[in-house]
Design a protein around this ligand. Structure first.
Ligand SMILES: [Zn+2]
Length: 480
């Protein structure tokens, strides 16, 4: 059995009532989460359209019961329903805070790998298992629990609150821009709290301040109108695969770092303070080797003097992820005329995806070996995101989490891309975004046996309730 320890929050005296309410609410928070998990709100599967609607309705009911006003299930054409609501009686002097989560979930994946039914919430060793238990129905519960605690104990919230619970995040939020634009008046806020991220560990909360962006390119290299006999022509005539291999080899240096100067031009140098912060996280190389299952003798890429966090969160990558070429089973003695490669690039936070893509295209075309014809088509692009880990919103979150968890949050980056973060901040004039969450590294969101750590869920709910007070305390600095 896992050790069962109640959170021992170091909460300011004047918030004792709100804190007690959150802690006493533990069973109900869990029961409400279980009810949400029982609804298979899989946005990607047309069979579950009604379930997504049901989970929107259930989410709306939770928010209404908590005391939120103007709660609405929002249906735009073709969009799985979102839920909005607000409570705007804290006064003009108080900041307005937008609370975000999503109620749709991923498909279950490989059914037999689940140790209990994905939609029957089940507790094992202090964790609650079920699809959406962590991602992101736990996020919804942090907002519900915080609003509930304030309105039940004080009859008011310390800040103005708007809530947006999306129903299509797992589809990549295709209608989010439309939603943010069409409803900008209703959603406009001074601070945005997105509860959909991963903590550093159980009991160790995180604030995420950097996300990498992404761009995909398809590169077609041609040397001949058609394949020709390698015995008759090899030695004088170039083949497309050798040309492709030589071209790809120009993209990285001996450490495997991207070495395309134009592509790197807008990558921000990592400040010393960030290197120190990463070093303090104490990442161990041997542990990483095990986590990623790197083969014996294979070395990590990236500059040997840089931390893994810097390589994984702040540096760009260019990776071939697929290639159209003759399979070995169909091999014949011919010089290949054409090879197509998909390049997947992760972008450093702050890099402009269009500029980076054009710089890479210029490099590829400019370095065509043997005068090969190189054609590049640009695919999906998402900018990264970066917030300075300072300022009133940030320090409010640090204070709230430190009180709720008894431990200062880790300032984290995320190597992946979360397309909805940038548009949020942009829609509201660069309002600070606090990226928080309930997941931990063992939550396995999107995979089988997804779970949430139940004590961490309670700590996250408490942190959320305290955050509203901390933001109110910084009203003067936060009002825009
Ligand atoms: Zn999520």
């Amino acid at each position: 059995m896992a050790e069962h320890r109640s959170p021992q929050p170091a909460v300011p005296e004047h918030l004792a009532d709100v804190t007690s309410h959150v802690l006493a609410d533990e069973e109900r928070i869990r029961a409400d989460l279980e009810d949400l998990v029982r609804i298979p709100s899989i946005s990607a599967l047309p069979d579950h359209t009604d379930d997504v609607r049901r989970s929107a309705t259930a989410t709306a009911a939770l928010l209404s019961d908590a005391g939120l006003e103007d709660v609405e299930v929002l249906e735009l054409d073709g969009m799985p329903p979102a839920v909005t609501g607000s409570w705007l009686h804290a006064g003009d002097h108080a900041p307005t805070v937008l609370l975000y989560a999503h109620h749709d979930v991923q498909p279950v994946g490989t059914a037999h790998r689940w140790h209990s039914d994905p939609f029957t919430p089940t507790e094992r060793d202090g964790r609650l298992y079920g699809r959406g238990a962590a991602d992101d129905k736990a996020g919804i519960m942090t907002h519900v629990a915080a609003i509930r605690a304030w309105l039940a104990t004080r009859g008011s919230l310390p800040v103005n609150v708007k809530v947006l619970i999306e129903g299509e995040e797992e589809l990549g939020s295709p209608h989010l821009l439309e939603l943010l634009q069409g409803w900008s008046g209703q959603l406009d806020s001074d601070v945005i709290v997105l509860a959909d991220l991963v903590n550093r560990d159980v009991g160790w909360p995180s604030l995420t301040y950097a996300l990498r962006g992404m761009v995909e390119l398809t590169v077609r290299v041609r040397t001949l109108e058609q394949p020709v006999h390698s015995g008759l022509w090899g030695g004088a005539v170039p083949d497309a695969l050798t040309a492709t291999a030589r071209l790809l080899a120009t993209l990285h240096d001996e450490h495997g770092q991207v070495a395309v100067p134009g592509f790197l031009a807008d990558v921000r140098p990592t400040p010393e303070v960030e290197r120190e912060r990463f070093a303090a996280l104490g990442t161990e190389e041997q542990q990483l080797r095990r986590d990623v299952q790197l083969l014996e003798g294979v070395r990590f890429t990236g500059h040997p003097d840089s931390t893994f966090e810097e390589r994984l969160w702040l540096r760009p990558t260019i990776t071939p992820t697929a290639m159209d070429v003759t399979p070995v089973a169909d091999a014949s003695n011919t010089l290949l005329s054409e090879v197509t490669t998909r390049l997947s690039c992760r972008l450093a936070p702050g890099q402009d995806p269009d500029r980076a893509a054009q710089a890479l295209i210029d490099h590829l075309v400019g370095h065509a070996p043997f005068g090969a014809h190189v054609e590049v088509v640009t695919g999906a692009a998402t900018p990264g995101w970066l917030m300075e880990p300072t300022g009133p919103a940030w320090s409010a979150a640090v204070a709230a989490m430190t009180a709720a968890y008894g431990r200062e949050p880790a300032a984290m980056g995320c190597g992946g891309s979360i397309p909805f973060v940038g548009p949020f901040s942009e829609a509201f004039d660069g309002a600070p975004c606090l990226l928080v969450g309930v997941e931990d590294p063992r939550s396995n969101a999107h995979g089988e046996d997804e779970s949430v750590h139940l004590e961490d869920l309670l700590r996250a709910c408490l942190a959320q309730a305290l955050l509203l007070a901390e933001l109110a305390d910084r009203a003067g600095e936060l009002r825009r």
